[in-house]
Ligand binder design. Structure first.
Ligand SMILES: [Zn+2]
Ligand SMILES: [Zn+2]
Length: 361
């Protein structure tokens, strides 16, 4: 793609005026048009060159950055040629409906503006996102949740086909079921037979007398779906579960989009989490800290006995291995870290104070 010379493709000089460029394009397009026996690749090349040079702004960018500025949707201009390079030019050749007003708004015809290119608009339902709130322990151990999602659902009255039940669905008479018709169009090349979307069936190839009264012929309507979602153990905040085909229903029985559930974990009063490890704090008495002890630590897997060695300092953290969260990817469990805080008593009774004073500590 890099280094395409659009000027030589059109056979014009770098200082050519817009009128000269347009003129050159007309001549070449006429000569190389595939419907007139021309070379489709050559025609494509000419078109591509004209899209850039025929537009002052894009021409400037091209002069500055070269053709790489327009490649693959990436470059500085962010232009996307994918629509241009795609199906339009394969098969039987160029589809004139796509060229539309061939010399007006040309740049927009091939997805320059970033929208999806061409007229082959997908009727697939849109993907959708929803937040799924779960509890701390549900995230740690996994769960099955029942959720209710507001979305476009398939119309149950017409079963998604858009026709009022009882009305006959028949092959469109206008296009004979092809969804396309040939029509005469006057172009700069003279009158031509071009393919166009059938105006009666909008390309579906079918027609029916009455649109479904529930969905106005779209095959979908706003509704709710109840879903059971399996949440894997170990999932973390912000991670997502994609349920393919559970998003919005598509128009007229087309496939549904995906549903993406973004996990939000409610904080726990007892546990803090960092990745697959759990963090807690535990207070012990000054006596336990000095003499050592065995104490119960609450973990997500239940109570665990922890040995406090004698002379434990406040702020010491102990690791309890394998008492954390099951790893979502890979195997094993995280650990539980407990920070020991030594409780220094205030306002000792006189008797204790005396005892303490007598100690050599
Ligand atoms: Zn319906
Ligand atoms: Zn039709």
């Amino acid at each position: 793609m890099a280094g395409k010379d659009y000027y030589s493709a059109l056979g014009v000089s770098k200082t050519a005026s817009q009128a000269e460029i347009k003129n050159a394009f007309r001549k070449l397009a006429h000569k190389h048009h595939p419907d007139k026996g021309g070379d489709a690749n050559k025609f494509k090349e000419i078109n591509e060159a004209y899209q850039i040079l025929g537009n002052e702004q894009k021409r400037k960018q091209y002069d500055q950055f070269g053709s790489s500025a327009f490649s693959g949707g990436g470059g500085p201009g962010g232009f996307d040629f994918s629509g241009f390079q795609g199906g339009n030019f394969s098969g039987s050749g160029i589809d004139f409906e796509d060229l539309g007003d061939i010399f007006g708004g040309f740049g927009d015809m091939f997805g320059f503006s970033g929208r999806s290119s061409g007229r082959a608009q997908s009727k697939r339902g849109a993907d959708m996102e929803a937040i799924l709130n779960i509890d701390f322990l549900e995230a740690a151990f996994g769960a099955t949740k029942e959720i209710l999602i507001d979305k476009n659902i398939k119309c149950e009255k017409c079963n998604g086909n858009g026709a009022e039940p009882g009305t006959k669905i028949e092959t469109c008479k206008t296009c004979g079921g092809r969804g396309k018709i040939l029509k005469n169009q006057r172009t700069i090349f003279g009158a031509m037979q071009v393919e166009a979307i059938c105006p009666d069936c909008q390309g579906e190839g079918q027609s029916y007398a009455h649109k479904c009264s529930k969905c106005s012929g779209t095959g979908i309507h706003k509704g709710q779906e109840k879903l059971k979602v399996k949440i894997p153990a170990g999932i973390d905040n912000g991670e997502a579960i994609r349920l393919s085909g559970r998003g919005n229903a598509g128009l007229k029985g087309s496939p549904s989009g995906d549903l993406i559930l973004i996990i939000k974990i409610k904080p726990s009063d007892d546990f803090k989490r960092d990745s697959y490890d759990i963090y807690t704090k535990k207070s012990i008495s000054i006596k336990q800290a000095i003499l050592g002890d065995k104490i119960d630590i609450k973990t997500i897997h239940g109570d665990v006995v922890l040995k406090i060695p004698e002379g434990t300092q406040s702020g010491t953290t102990f690791k309890i291995k394998g008492k954390g969260i099951e790893k979502l990817r890979g195997s094993g469990l995280g650990d539980h870290f407990v920070e020991i805080l030594v409780n220094i008593p205030k306002g000792l009774p006189r008797k204790d104070r005396k005892t303490l004073e007598e100690l050599d500590i």
